[in-house]
Design a protein around this ligand. Structure first.
Ligand code: SF4
Length: 367
């Protein structure tokens, strides 16, 4: 069995090596690219959201590369994600591909996830299934913290490119850490690497909160590398959506970390009482939270035709007016141009800078 899973940010870095050590012939597809997008767009229904198209393109690339089994999370809920695997399978069979499709029917269920791992690998005992699954979750958490450290360091670095180098080196270290103890040591080493990045501690960069639909937030190809663009413009990115948080809310592998979804419901409650699917409740709740924390503005990103985030986006306009808080909503699909994105980002950052200057001037005048 040659197994593939479509890419979603750094997720494949968390499981590929671990599963290979347990007898799975993991063949990740190529990183999403313009070729992936073209394939996905050509064979997807026009109204499908962007993650569907990128996933489908990735599956075609993997099948062309010789894989015979695709693993795709399924599920149920208020958005279309649960149907993805079923429809993608039909499309691929219609194109003449022969393969097996494995689905985790309930990605919220620990038992279901562990069963999937045991089904595809040589892991026999339940205990080993749990041990390996939790190791993958811990690796994901370390990968997320590497990204968070990068976002903190990049706008303050003194020597251009040092934060990027620290990031790349950290990924290599995590790659080799396939046991709990090794991962613990790797994490300490990574913290030292980032501590060695020379930064200007007097700098107070603008802080921008990034919220929105999880796939488009964490997959750089889907958002045209928006977060790195901001970091390179000297902005500190404060991301409100992390895959490890999503997993921790369900599987509690970081028992001391509060449940982000529950907290978001509390913060969102004056504007949205019930989650409308996807990350809508996080988008609304964390916008309120970021405002209270003094984050300079919010960029809310979503795929075109994403129903849950469309609900959130409408509410964010109201929050923005109520609190006089800058919120930029960006919608991504195959038609978005890089130049258009860059122009909108520059205009937004300009606005935030002017607001900060005005704030400082009025504080100075009132003294
Ligand atoms: S949350 Fe939005 S973009 Fe993501 S799968 Fe659901 S509808 Fe599609």
């Amino acid at each position: 069995m040659k197994l593939t899973v479509p890419h979603m940010g750094l997720l494949s870095n968390a499981y590929t090596k671990v599963l290979r050590e347990h007898g799975v012939d993991m063949c990740p597809p190529p990183r999403p690219s313009i070729n992936t997008m073209n394939l996905g767009v050509r064979y997807s229904p026009e109204f499908a959201c962007l993650p569907f198209k990128i996933n489908l393109g990735n599956m075609i690339e993997a099948l062309e590369g010789g894989v015979d089994t695709i693993l795709m999370p399924g599920g149920y809920g208020p958005c279309r994600f649960g149907y993805y695997g079923v429809i993608q399978e039909q499309i691929l069979r219609g194109l003449g591909y022969h393969f097996q499709m494995t689905r985790t029917d309930n990605p919220d269920s620990l038992g279901d996830m562990v069963k999937t791992i045991r089904d595809i690998s040589d892991i026999k005992s339940k205990w080993d299934g749990y041990r390996v699954f939790y190791l993958i979750l811990m690796r994901m958490a370390v990968l997320d913290s590497v990204e968070a450290m990068y976002f903190k360091m990049k706008p303050r670095e003194i020597n251009q490119g040092e934060a990027e180098r620290a990031f790349d080196e950290s990924l290599k270290i995590i790659e080799k850490a396939t046991g709990y103890m090794k991962l613990f040591n790797a994490y300490n080493k990574i913290k030292d690497i980032f501590r060695d990045v020379k930064i200007d501690r007097t700098l107070k960069p603008l802080k921008v909160g990034i919220l929105g639909e999880i796939f488009v937030v964490i997959e750089p190809f889907a958002n045209m590398d928006l977060q790195r663009k901001l970091a390179r413009m000297g902005v500190e990115v404060v991301r409100g959506v992390w895959l490890s948080d999503w997993l921790n809310d369900r599987f509690r592998f970081k028992p001391l970390k509060p449940n982000q979804n529950r907290l978001s419901r509390k913060w969102a409650s004056p504007y949205l009482k019930y989650p409308s699917g996807g990350e809508s409740i996080e988008s609304v709740g964390k916008t309120v939270k970021f405002y209270k924390e003094g984050i300079d503005g919010i960029i809310h990103i979503m795929p075109f035709t994403c129903m849950p985030e469309l609900v959130a986006s409408t509410i964010l306009h109201r929050i923005s007016t109520d609190l006089n808080y800058p919120v930029l909503s960006l919608t991504f699909d195959e038609h978005v141009s890089e130049v258009n994105l860059q122009t909108r980002l520059e205009a937004f950052i300009d606005l935030l800078e002017r607001r900060r200057k005005n704030r400082l001037a009025s504080r100075f005048n009132s003294q």
